[in-house]
Design a protein around this ligand. Structure first.
Ligand code: SF4
Length: 473
């Protein structure tokens, strides 16, 4: 689409786009947040700016998640509420005209149920899937050209996956997507159906992309993203370990993280990268899901508990500062009490710094959803509580060991608790640390600081400011 400016409007194709506002709600994982940022960057070229107030919006976009039950329910409830935007639209104070609010839904739910959504919800103008994010401009154009009730959920069939990272936030942190899709087909997961097959970007392209972000956008911390980042480069004879060691050479890049990992694809060169890279975070999120080999088999996870624990040992040997976090699903279909106890044992053996634990909930279209399941919600709830209680006691003990140590953090927020203002940042090992400012007037946002930990519990870490470096190291 060709853009020319005239007064405050932007001409796109045959249409004038006056300044408009977009309200966007993102659910779910970091991949969705990355996609939303991409959507926003395309829309800014069509004269849209972001608003936090839905009532001000000309365009409302939901970027949905099909993985978590709660995110699912929230989306349907929020979508239902947009009916009033159409039936009772605000009057634009400048033109005195009724606003023509356009409502769209994208992301994982829209990928699989887009057509049904558009039919069922009168207020929904269009739905779009996960592989057409970069076509959002055309869809918005079609909507403003008067087209209603359409769905775009095509898959990109090309062999190449080539993009340039778009950022709109103006912060020194960026998400950089390196692989899309997933070939694993875990029996409980809908992602391979909503995100398609794995496709990696080329290593050289990612390195050029990150260099550009560092040089021209002041990015200092990069999160490499993918549903299974450990599969990066498999088709091209490249690997995540190689990519990390290439990014190690980028001047001005200070911190590198990656998520999400699958234990099956943790290779020796990735372990070596953790030993050799100075920029790679001292943190690995390695979802295990269960401590029972029989449950892992039913989940189609392709590894055993013994293999998983051997990976943790290798990683900790490669980098003794390494902090490991994980995911647990409590109450997978037909999980026996013994299998549940094996998960509790795994928590003791693995010594995770933190876990994301969920009670299993069924996802339509998956193999697990077709299992004849005997567990009740009460059993699942009880097992989830037991997992969380044990984990909290383990992590309280681990985190007590932080007291007296000094950590470098990039300050990314502040909050006021009981009248006391505190700043917060994330350590290289992914723990959030709060500290009181030495000078209450000083703005520490996006500054690098060293903080000595004065107290740490399972859920909170407090410290004292030791040293300030300013906005770059
Ligand atoms: S690895 Fe398994 S859980 Fe993760 S996205 Fe792929 S199918 Fe889903």
């Amino acid at each position: 689409m060709e853009n020319t400016t005239k007064n405050d409007s932007v001409k796109v194709g045959e249409l004038e786009f006056p300044p408009r506002k977009v309200w966007m709600k993102t659910y779910g994982c970091q991949m969705n947040y990355h996609d939303s940022e991409r959507i926003m960057s395309h829309l800014s070229g069509m004269n849209f700016t972001k608003t936090e107030e839905q009532s001000e919006a000309d365009l409302v976009i939901f970027n949905t998640c099909a993985v978590r039950d709660l995110a699912n329910q929230k989306f349907y409830s929020h979508l239902g509420e947009t009916k009033k935007l159409k039936t009772n639209p605000d009057i634009d104070p400048e033109t005195g005209l009724k606003k023509n609010v356009i409502v769209a839904a994208g992301g994982c739910i829209a990928q699989t149920e887009g057509k049904d959504l558009v039919q069922k919800y009168k207020q929904l103008d269009f739905a779009f899937g996960t592989d057409v994010i970069d076509n959002i401009g055309e869809m918005v154009y079609r909507a403003y050209a008067g087209e209603k009730k359409f769905t775009v959920t095509a898959w990109d069939r090309s062999d190449n996956y080539s993009i340039e990272t778009k950022i709109t936030q103006g912060t020194p942190q960026a998400f950089v997507n390196i692989i899309k899709g997933c070939d694993k087909f875990c029996s409980y997961c809908i992602v391979p159906f909503t995100r398609g097959r794995e496709k990696s970007r080329r290593l050289a392209e990612v390195v050029t992309d990150v260099k550009r972000l560092v040089e021209y956008s002041g990015i200092q911390e990069v999160m490499l993203l993918g549903q299974n980042v450990n599969s990066f480069g498999k088709d091209n004879g490249e690997s995540l370990g190689q990519l990390i060691m290439e990014l190690e050479k980028v001047n001005g890049l200070h911190l590198l993280r990656y998520t999400t990992s699958h234990p099956y694809d943790v290779t020796d060169d990735l372990v070596e990268a953790h030993a050799n890279s100075k920029k790679l975070a001292n943190h690995l999120h390695l979802p295990v899901q269960s401590g029972s080999n029989t449950v892992l088999q039913r989940m189609l996870r392709e590894y055993t508990v013994e293999h998983y624990l051997s990976l943790l040992a290798k990683m900790r040997k490669a980098n003794p500062e390494m902090v490991i976090t994980s995911d647990i699903i409590a109450g997978f279909p037909n999980e026996t009490e013994e299998e549940h106890q094996q998960t509790l044992q795994l928590l003791k053996d693995a010594q995770f710094d933190n876990i994301y634990a969920y009670a299993y909930s069924s996802r339509k279209g998956t193999k697990a959803a077709r299992m004849n399941d005997v567990l009740t919600d009460d059993i699942r709830g009880r097992r989830l509580r037991e997992v969380m209680d044990l984990q909290l006691s383990i992590q309280a003990e681990i985190r007590r060991g932080m007291t007296g140590k000094t950590y470098r953090v990039l300050v990314d927020g502040k909050n006021i608790n009981k009248g006391v203002q505190k700043w917060q940042g994330r350590t290289s090992c992914n723990r959030i640390v709060h500290f009181e400012p030495a000078n209450p007037e000083q703005d520490y946002m996006w500054n690098w600081v060293d903080v000595e930990i004065t107290s740490a519990t399972a859920l909170s870490t407090q410290g004292t400011l030791i040293k300030e470096y300013g906005k770059t190291l």
